[in-house]
Ligand binder design. Sequence first.
Ligand SMILES: Nc1nc2c(ncn2[C@@H]2O[C@H](COP(=O)(O)OP(=O)(O)OP(=O)(O)O)[C@@H](O)[C@H]2O)c(=O)[nH]1
Ligand SMILES: [Mg+2]
Length: 462
Amino acid sequence: MEFYFKDTIAAIATPLGRGAIGVIKISGNQALEILKVLFKPIKPVSEFKPRYLYYGHIVDPKTKKIVDEVLAVYMPKPRSYTREDVVEIYAHSGYLVLRKILELVLLAGARLAEPGEFTLRAFLNGRIDLSQAEAIEEIISARSETALDLALNNLFGRLSEKVQHLKNQLLEVLAQVESAIDFPEEDIEIMDPPELIKKIEKGILSTIETLISNYRQGKIYKEGINLVIAGKPNVGKSSLMNALLREERAIVTPIPGTTRDFLEEPTLINGIPVKLIDTAGLRETKDPVEKIGVEKAKEKLREANLVLFLVDVSVEPSSEDFKIYQEVKKYPHLIVLNKIDIEPNYLNIWKDLFLKEGEEFIEISALKGTNLEELGQKIVKKILEDEKEVPEIVPNLRQKVALEKAKEFLENALEELKGKNPLPELVAVELRGALSSLSEIIGEITTEELLTQIFSTFCIGK
Ligand SMILES: Nc1nc2c(ncn2[C@@H]2O[C@H](COP(=O)(O)OP(=O)(O)OP(=O)(O)O)[C@@H](O)[C@H]2O)c(=O)[nH]1
Ligand SMILES: [Mg+2]
């Protein structure tokens, strides 16, 4: 399928700002013409060879002034990013110079590209499917190596292959059901419900369920988690924040009540993107500012994927600690026994206390950096819980929703097949529903709204 777009589009493809090179991308029927109007190669050429880098100048056709010294390349359709004629100009990256060149390109007949429009054309021209287009955006926004690997797998079509395979299996089942519709006399024999049930449950549904559960795990690597450090004042929360960030981000003092607002910083813990949140020490207070801080800290607890409940083992457990523990217990949490470097200490009393509660804990010193590696491992283990390895194929939210829809259709089909007198017509309706949900994933079925929604999240020039 090849679309014909009247417009030639153009955009600055690199981030604006000072840099070695800035790229201007042009796609569409007029791309080559525009290049010829603006670009003067040092060695005159009669014709631009495909995929050949030319050295020369961008010259304003009106004033004849040289705008920049550049390299330019022409990639004729269909062997280009969009499957249209594409021209790329490699200029010096400065805000003014790139704006000037873009302006000339627009004056020469191109129109400014919308966010994601180059990739949209690649999709509409059939070079990539929708899940691959989404993978491109995921590559750009990947915040961890694992997220990048997952996005690359999808760009290379791993998810698409899986979905195609599911569709083929489903089509086989549907063919059997449809032949039963054509021969109503012996529909049950032709349909062979037990056989179909087995095919749907073992072959199709279980794969869909795996993909759905991969979403949850992949999300952790893609979007990261909220990790909240909570505890009484002065237990070392800000010290732990700084130690995990390897930077003096939060103010640390021996005065209880130092942190009165919450602090958020992104970081990576064992390859997982984490939003680390330091909070005000939880206590009853008359100070109106600190009071707000304590309220905010409690709010943050609710947003946490994991709470690190920090206690100070250089002092004895108090009723205050216990009160906070009762609060923290409501959320996913990990107990962290801090200040083990101080001797003597009450470590054993603390350990007994939490052992009795059946809690897991880890002993650290935020000040000396003791056991931070182990803390990182425990955090990751806690978050991923029983999930072992990173799955290879991870759908995004939109794709997961489509998989859930397919699952629902299949469950309806199974219910009918397991009933007393399964009607092939009813089974077929559900199977077709499942098929079209799967088609949505790779974009065989789309709506304009959906495409706008997906591609508008892209950056301009992609
Ligand atoms: N010896 C020792 N001192 C620590 C350790 N962690 C923190 N401290 C000290 O404990 C005091 C309080 O540390 P902070 O990190 O400010 O504690 P906090 O929990 O953020 O306190 P608030 O913000 O007041 O709630 C400081 O003097 C730190 O140097 C540790 O592991 N060992
Ligand atoms: Mg603090």
